[in-house]
Design a protein. Structure first.
Length: 416
């Protein structure tokens, strides 16, 4: 099957998570992604959190599938020469080094554009160019704090909280992938490459836009009716942390199910969607609430929403999270069990759809990873193992026209 990005050559000058998540996605969709790594060590995640001695860590294998690995010391003149050849025949270069690292290496945007005016140069940084923090190196949690996620996540009586979802890293990589694909379409029209830059702060903030909505509402009316602080608690002049409250116009909460005393994940998320009020009352055996003025409208329910959640928890007390959802789904109530990583790893539906995939690896045996969350009618992305360090160095160099003797010489001086 021909994949849409076949024929697109990408220099993957990325490391850790944000950049690799982007290029992995493009590799799944058919791009020829060549990961350029420092000889001897490579991407730092090859060694981080190892579970098998001498085998690449899952941190690396789960973010670098379907790629090739070329080792190259791009600080040596010979390494730069190889990189320049690669640049001349590539469509995209993706990087997420610390601020200024690419310039210090001698590959500024101007130089790259001179070497290959058709190439798209895509960068992830912590903060956007010109921002007063644009000199900072940034990791995931720093971005979650800088992008507004931390101040609005968690409970009001606890500290700002980090999400387990990689809002700073993988999310920024997904934004960058959209930018690259857009620039490739643009190049079809103009024949020119361009620089695509995404900051982690901006990407987190983009996902927190409803909180900026709430800040403006708060400033206008002084309260936020869907937050647990309403109507009994106090609001300050900034959007508070709302615990597990539903983010939009649908009140919701995480509710205890049978076994919660011993199982920390025996919970469901329950949403009281306005038009589902009647089925909710029927499911709970509370038909009298349907027309009761104290319950009938969302506005009437809000002041005693936690009393309603308590009633639902009483109903849930003798049902597991799975039993509860199986009943509630019949009433068209938006809800889900709180699923653990173990449950997700073994979920037959996720296995069947290719969202959880088992990948054979030369050194590790097979490992589980998250496959493409994007499904196509004409293409099923196939996940292959991440490359060993330098696995494709010879192949790439031969493709660039180097002879075996020249490759040997580059090895002797540790440039590859
Ligand atoms: N050959 C020779 N040198 C290489 C090389 C290669 N193949 N690949 C990288 N290097 C060098 C770089 O040129 C740089 O050298 P310099 O600082 O002397 O100029 C150095 O390796 C490391 O760069 P840096 O990216 O700053 O690494 P770090 O480990 O200090 O910082 C981050 C890591 C993630 C904090 C930083 O890269 C960063 O802020 N990136 C942007 C934001 C980001 O993507 N963060 C999320 C990561 S998930």
């Amino acid at each position: 099957m021909t994949k849409p990005l076949e024929g697109i050559k990408i220099i993957d000058f990325t490391h850790v998570q944000a950049g690799p998540a982007c290029t992995q996605l493009l590799a799944w969709f058919g791009a020829n992604v060549i990961k350029v790594e420092r000889p001897g060590s490579g991407d730092v995640t090859r060694n981080q959190l190892r579970d098998i001695p001498d085998a690449d860590a899952l941190y690396f294998t789960m973010l670098n599938s379907n790629k090739k690995s070329l080792t190259l010391d791009t600080k040596k003149a010979e390494g730069k020469e190889v990189l320049e050849k690669l640049i001349r025949e590539s469509d995209v270069l993706v990087e997420n080094f610390g601020p200024g690292a690419l310039d210090r290496m001698g590959f500024s945007w101007e130089r790259l554009n001179e070497l290959n005016p058709k190439m798209i140069v895509a960068s992830v940084k912590g903060f956007s160019d010109g921002h007063h923090y644009d000199d900072l190196k940034v990791y995931e949690n720093v971005a979650q704090c800088a992008g507004g996620a931390a101040s609005t996540t968690g409970f009001w009586d606890g500290p700002p909280t980090i999400s387990a979802a990689a809002l700073g890293d993988s999310n920024t990589g997904m934004h960058l992938a959209i930018g690259i694909l857009t620039a490739l379409l643009g190049r079809d029209k103009t024949g020119k490459g361009q620089k695509v830059a995404v900051s982690m702060q901006d990407s987190v903030l983009n996902l927190c836009r409803v909180k900026l909505r709430d800040q403006q509402r708060l400033e206008r009316v002084g309260y936020l009716e869907e937050y647990p602080q309403y109507p009994h608690g106090e609001f300050s002049d900034v959007v508070p942390r709302g615990g597990n409250a539903g983010g939009g116009g649908q009140p919701g909460w995480v509710l205890k199910c049978k076994g919660w005393e011993t199982d920390p994940n025996a919970y469901i998320y329950f949403t009281i969607q306005g038009h589902a009020w009647e089925p909710i009352c029927k499911a709970l055996g509370k038909p009298e609430w349907i027309d009761d003025p104290a319950y009938k409208t969302a506005e009437a329910r809000q002041p005693h929403i936690f009393e309603i959640f308590k009633t639902i928890e009483a109903w849930l007390a003798d049902k597991t999270k799975f039993e509860a959802v199986d009943i509630l789904r019949k009433f068209d109530i938006p809800c889900a069990p709180v699923l653990t990583m173990k449950e997700l790893a073994n979920d037959p539906s996720l296995r069947a759809s290719g969202t959880i995939v088992e990948v054979p690896h030369k050194k590790r045996g097979s490992y589980l990873t998250v496959g493409s969350p994007i499904k196509f009618s004409d293409m099923k992305p196939h996940v292959t193992a991440s490359p060993l360090l330098g696995e494709h160095t010879d192949e790439v160099l031969v493709g660039l026209g180097y002879s075996q003797q020249e490759i040997f010489n580059l090895r002797e001086i540790k440039a590859v």
